[in-house]
Design a protein around this ligand. Sequence first.
Ligand SMILES: *Cc1c(COP(=O)(O)O)cnc(C)c1O
Length: 303
Amino acid sequence: MNRYPEPQPKELVHGLADLYGLPPDMVLATRGSDDGIDLLVRLFCRAGRDRIVICPPTFGMYAQTAAIQGAGVVCAALEGNHGFRLNPDAIRLAVGAGAKLVFLCSPNNPTGNTIDSSQVLELCRQLRGRAVVVLDEAYVEFSAGKSLESALPTLDNLVLLRTLSKAHGLAGLRCGAVLAAPELISMLRTIMPPYPLATPVVHRVLAALQVPDVERRRQQVRRIIHARERLARWLSVQTWTRKVWPSAANFLLVRVDDAEGMLAWTAHGGVLLRDVSAQPGLENCVRVSIGSALELRRFRAAM
Ligand SMILES: *Cc1c(COP(=O)(O)O)cnc(C)c1O
């Protein structure tokens, strides 16, 4: 521990490259996807001048990171009446007006739906030379769809964000990856702090990337998907449920009679749900994460 770590520990980058099926020069090891979002916004957006596009309702860190950098945020809202599908026209319009980065999230947090791969690829082709499309795949392991990893080598304005925090259950380690064209990865490296990944973290991640461990977590993901579908069925027949959206992630978006009352009541029973009701189109909605069997029993009992 008396030595500094490598800025991008070689074994770690190779391990992540193997995990995601890409050459190592297309992988940047980060302190989780939040770190990747921050690096991308700082690389592409000048304070007071440049803008990003987000598609709400979505993950809060894109707009928050832009606000810290002094970048503008343009909203191209998902279509709430159509299962939260993407609105590519609104995105193209925002980029036409000068936005530099487009943040897409699939499966999306907190709505749980996926974006068609063909739509993402078409957007990348149309925006080439003008904007970079960042696809946040934090929950892709829980979905039936595939990562867009294989499209990366042919699209130099597509960036993927992956993390060990969700399906790998290692949120406390703070490790993830930006996957992109080698030129973009080298540019991101130039604005990174010199030693972002602590040596014990690197050792622990390398251990977690061993095949038996990865296989054990794949089984865990299958159990979570099974529990998600069971909980969705249970929720859908409760009198206080108005709507349960289909989910390709490890959580469910639920509209209830009275979200505020439900949050207070479950908190009283020691269960914390995520209040997402302030997001556009999500009135009276809560996000329920798929926890352990015991946690889910406690949630059902509390309700
Ligand atoms: C949790 C989450 C992240 C951040 O994950 P870390 O790798 O732990 O920073 C990024 N994007 C989405 C959509 C998330 O839900």
